[in-house]
Design a protein around this ligand. Structure first.
Ligand SMILES: *[C@@H]1O[C@H](CO)[C@@H](O)[C@H](O)[C@H]1NC(C)=O
Ligand SMILES: *[C@@H]1O[C@H](CO)[C@@H](O)[C@H](O)[C@H]1NC(C)=O
Ligand SMILES: *[C@@H]1O[C@H](CO)[C@@H](O)[C@H](O)[C@H]1NC(C)=O
Ligand SMILES: *[C@@H]1O[C@H](CO)[C@@H](O)[C@H](O)[C@H]1NC(C)=O
Ligand SMILES: *[C@@H]1O[C@H](CO)[C@@H](O)[C@H](O)[C@H]1NC(C)=O
Length: 537
């Protein structure tokens, strides 16, 4: 099948042909189509951009090319969840429902652009939450000596719960609700009375959702001066699973144990997870843990582009895999709460352009190791939010939306010839919605955190290209690492007035051209006409 240059198509030829075709194919998101003159203008800009980059390459020649090898195996390396890129709404936000914009249409629209996804309502405050259908209680703040969070008990009503659920359904998200694990009997077993009222309420309202029990139980002593050991929590999770089955939620999934401190020297989180799994009676569908790179109060911009920071995640994932293996169980994992920096994120960093590098690398690296879902902390609230308090999308919202557009759940094996350094790339099949005339494609994406452009070669690609193959390059850059806004191929990313995504205009390259990644950039390379067996099924 001919890919981009279709002889019977008698209109625009050459580099912009695919551009125009893309506009036609992706009706879903390009409501405002550029007229013919703006296509010409666009082509001119693309031409200028291309020349500028070539020029850059000449003035500042990238030292060695970064070489990756695409493995052409016959099945995907992994197939992750179709909701792989998911996000949270921290339970602490429920303490003040009136300032949570879940009924705001603009906010719902931003969330909907990230669907399909899970929205996890969880966090430290989940273990302070009381559900009461009739009364809204308030209590004095109790500040945790650990991280300054309010850890007083608080009440939500059925109205609050329903509005959360309605937000999820309107945004086409699947809600996960984190139940309070600190209701305990004298003998320290879980008291499920309050959870039961939530679950029965949800059942009676025909809500479809999934569940968790507690948050970071290995840190309970530290945060709440309470202790729930892993054996006990496994029993509690079994109790939750039985309760759900009994009331009709047999199809609901359960995720646990929500441990943190993975990768610490004392392996405290790992030990907890191993013991939990050893005692788990198949209650949890996925093993969940929380991941951060940095302390939000101390992090500096240099930390966000430091290779050592990036290298922390592989160590943590490896350590957690070992913990699971040690338990003798075989359960896939989720990063069920994760962001750049803990403690609410780092001011003017976690919500800026520079945070995108760690975020996109985390998505790529996690998928390449079979992590099933990554839950971004958080959609709203804190410095790490994807949507700012003024309801403008932060750069990571754009990165996420673009990821959903060009990256499918089918993971391919892409190996660097050396170790991952400043250029970190990953490969997936391209999702159907981004194909042109259903011609097969793969997407290679990742980051260049170097201050100079980087030249990239991918071995194994020429062998799978059909003769009309083209590379569509989408490069995300900013004028400043701490910019609140981001550009795609030099053009500012902004939503259309009606809330739709703007058309994403590629720079189109011949597969034979060297690929140059701009300095400090995130890139998506959609290789149309690359026919990899693993992407055919
Ligand atoms: C809900 O609040 C009312 C009024 O404060 C109280 O009487 C009732 O016991 C509470 N119910 C639950 C389940 O906490
Ligand atoms: C909060 O509620 C838990 C039960 O969920 C209770 O054990 C604890 O004492 C309460 N904390 C405060 C400060 O009232
Ligand atoms: C775990 O906690 C339970 C309840 O507090 C207790 O009965 C049990 O002995 C503890 N198990 C271990 C291994 O510490
Ligand atoms: C922690 O709880 C124990 C009782 O379980 C109590 O004796 C102790 O004072 C508490 N510590 C703090 C710092 O509140
Ligand atoms: C990168 O991080 C490592 C580990 O924290 C540190 O030793 C190194 O100095 C950092 N490099 C830069 C350039 O900041």
């Amino acid at each position: 099948m001919s890919l981009l240059v279709n002889a019977s198509d008698g209109c625009v030829r050459g580099k912009n042909a695919g551009y125009e075709r893309l506009e036609h194919v992706d009706d879903g998101y390009s409501i405002l189509r550029p007229g013919f003159s703006s296509i010409i203008a666009g082509v001119f800009v693309l031409f200028l951009l291309l020349s500028a980059w070539n020029l850059l390459g000449m003035i500042n020649p990238p030292s060695d090319a970064h070489v990756f090898y695409l493995n052409r195996r016959h099945s995907p390396l992994y197939i992750v969840s179709e909701r792989f890129l998911s996000f949270g709404l921290d339970t602490s936000l429920l303490r003040d429902m009136s300032s949570l914009p879940i009924t705001n249409e603009k906010f719902v629209n931003l969330a909907r652009h990230l669907a399909p996804a899970y929205v996890r309502v969880g966090g430290t405050s989940a273990d302070c939450l009381h559900f009461n259908q009739t009364a809204q209680g308030t209590s004095e703040e109790i500040i945790s000596p650990v991280d300054g969070q309010d850890i007083s008990n608080f009440t939500i009503t059925d109205v609050d719960f329903k509005s959360l659920y309605e937000f999820a359904t309107k945004s086409k998200l699947r809600m996960i609700f984190d139940l309070n694990a600190l209701y305990r009997s004298e003998r320290n077993s879980w008291d499920d009375a309050n959870a039961k009222t939530i679950i029965l309420f949800a059942r009676d309202e025909c809500m479809q959702l999934d569940w968790q029990l507690g948050n970071e139980p290995n840190s309970f002593h530290h945060v709440f001066n309470r202790t729930v050991n892993a054996t006990q929590l496994a029993t509690d999770y079994y109790q939750l699973r039985e309760l759900l089955n009994k009331v009709g939620y047999t199809g609901s999934l359960v995720f646990g144990p929500e441990v943190n401190h993975i990768g610490d020297k004392n392996r405290e989180g790992e030990h907890y997870a191993t013991a939990f799994l050893q005692n788990d009676k198949d209650s949890v569908n996925y093993v969940t843990w929380h991941q951060y790179y940095l302390n939000g109060r101390e992090a500096r911009v240099a930390d966000f582009i430091n290779i050592s920071t990036f290298d922390y995640l592989p160590t943590q994932i490896e350590s957690m895999k070992e913990a699971i293996k040690l338990s003798g169980k075989s359960v896939a994992m989720w990063l069920s709460e994760t962001s750049t920096a803990y403690g609410g994120g780092a001011p003017e960093l976690s919500d800026r352009f520079v945070a995108g590098f760690l975020w996109l690398d985390k998505l790529g690296y996690s998928a390449s190791t079979g992590v099933n879902v990554v839950v971004r902390q958080t959609l709203f609230g804190g410095h790490y939010a994807m949507v700012a308090p003024d309801l403008m999308p932060n750069p990571d919202w754009w990165v996420s939306v673009i990821y959903k557009q060009f990256v499918s759940d089918k993971v391919l094996k892409l190996t660097p010839t050396d170790k991952l350094d400043s250029v970190r790339l990953y490969a997936h099949c391209t999702p159907e919605r981004a194909l042109i005339n259903r011609v097969s494609a793969i997407t290679i994406y990742g980051v260049n955190i170097d201050k100079v452009p980087a030249r990239v070669t991918i071995d194994g690609i020429p062998a799978v290209l059909d003769r009309n193959a083209k590379i569509f390059l989408y490069a995300l850059t900013a004028d400043d690492l701490q910019s609140r806004v981001m550009k795609m191929n030099g053009k500012l990313l902004i939503l259309q007035p009606n809330g739709d995504l703007p058309p994403f205009s590629p720079v189109i390259l011949e597969p034979t051209e060297a690929i140059s990644l701009p300095s400090y950039s995130m890139v998506f390379l959609v290789i149309h006409g690359a026919d990899v067996p693993a992407c055919r099924c």
